[in-house]
Design a binder for this molecule. Sequence first.
Ligand SMILES: *[C@@H]1O[C@H](CO)[C@@H](O)[C@H](O)[C@H]1NC(C)=O
Ligand SMILES: *[C@@H]1O[C@H](CO)[C@@H](O)[C@H](O)[C@H]1NC(C)=O
Ligand SMILES: *[C@@H]1O[C@H](CO)[C@@H](O)[C@H](O)[C@H]1NC(C)=O
Ligand SMILES: *[C@@H]1O[C@H](CO)[C@@H](O)[C@H](O)[C@H]1NC(C)=O
Ligand SMILES: *[C@@H]1O[C@H](CO)[C@@H](O)[C@H](O)[C@H]1NC(C)=O
Length: 334
Amino acid sequence: MFSTYVDVALVCCPILAFVTVQHPKMRINNQSNLQYFLLSFFSLVALRYACSTYFVIPNEIPLTTCTSKDQPNPIASKYPGNATGTLNGTVAVIPISLELARQLIPPQYGILEHAYRALLPSFPKDMYPAVVQALHDHEVQAFGYKIPDFSRTGVEFPFVDMLNDNYTSFKWAPSLLMTSGHDIALKGAMDYGTITFPATFEPGCDAYRSVPNSKRPETTYFSARSLEPGAASLSTLFSSTKDEIFPLEFFKNFTNQPTFADGKTCDNMIRLFNTSVSTAPNAIQPVKGTVRAHLAPFTSEQEWTNVYGLRLDSAFIENNYLSCESFRGYSGHG
Ligand SMILES: *[C@@H]1O[C@H](CO)[C@@H](O)[C@H](O)[C@H]1NC(C)=O
Ligand SMILES: *[C@@H]1O[C@H](CO)[C@@H](O)[C@H](O)[C@H]1NC(C)=O
Ligand SMILES: *[C@@H]1O[C@H](CO)[C@@H](O)[C@H](O)[C@H]1NC(C)=O
Ligand SMILES: *[C@@H]1O[C@H](CO)[C@@H](O)[C@H](O)[C@H]1NC(C)=O
Ligand SMILES: *[C@@H]1O[C@H](CO)[C@@H](O)[C@H](O)[C@H]1NC(C)=O
């Protein structure tokens, strides 16, 4: 019966369950069995009811035909009780004016200019590094339960002072295009208050695809379009480059900042750059290219050229729906 509840909770509301549920077999603390049983029992019952309007049988999720080129999740067995996966794709820096950043980022939050300047001393004056991520989530799992792969993309705003402590950097990620039909991922994002657009992706099951016969070296594309016609879109075209304008440390830093949308809870995505998917020769490739986006918080279609970034895969551990306050003083993983 106990494991039935675990299954129901995981099937019913897996991303929430990743956070709340600890499988009995994985108990590692020294709480008494009774205490543990009651705690788990009541949290599962609560989950069951909280999720009763949302019920999906795993083998009915219509996404299982996707085969990806992505290598397997290398850390699933190391962290069996955590949500883990890999994120393959392109991460790039979009310099915008500080003035525009100030208009887009909610006015109650400061911008930690000294924090990004510490990492990028020669970043142009009066500019702010927004970032674009175009990613494929692969083999996302916890407790041995795997969800189907999905893609997502959006423009994000790192180095936001959401606690007003002039120290802790958060990343504001107000909107996302995300694989349509993937109710678990879509609900997971919407629960943060993210404006979420169910979308179709090209390629559908991978992070990017080569442009055949391109004049430029190793050119790849990625594009996402909302199901609702004209609501949102984002596409990228990147070629390999020898110019590494922004150091890897900068990417490690902002991709590991706790992320929020409406500010009620924070997502702690710990991206590791030291596993086999990131450390193989040429696993991390500097790229230069063009990003086109029609997506909130920008009010009109944008095109940015000469955008520099990295094509890379990384393993991650994700801790969901945490109190943002609990990150006061956090400086992230590297
Ligand atoms: C990342 O995705 C690209 C495009 O599908 C693929 O060629 C590459 O092998 C992937 N990287 C890893 C480490 O899985
Ligand atoms: C794994 O999950 C537990 C429970 O939610 C959490 O306390 C721990 O910090 C997570 N591990 C990592 C490496 O984030
Ligand atoms: C990220 O950068 C800030 C400086 O802006 C620094 O204080 C912090 O330690 C860095 N975090 C990591 C993990 O390197
Ligand atoms: C925030 O911290 C930076 C670096 O420590 C400092 O230079 C700046 O004056 C501080 N800003 C405020 C408003 O206290
Ligand atoms: C990778 O780095 C993390 C901390 O950032 C560490 O906990 C882990 O043990 C490292 N893994 C390997 C394979 O070195």
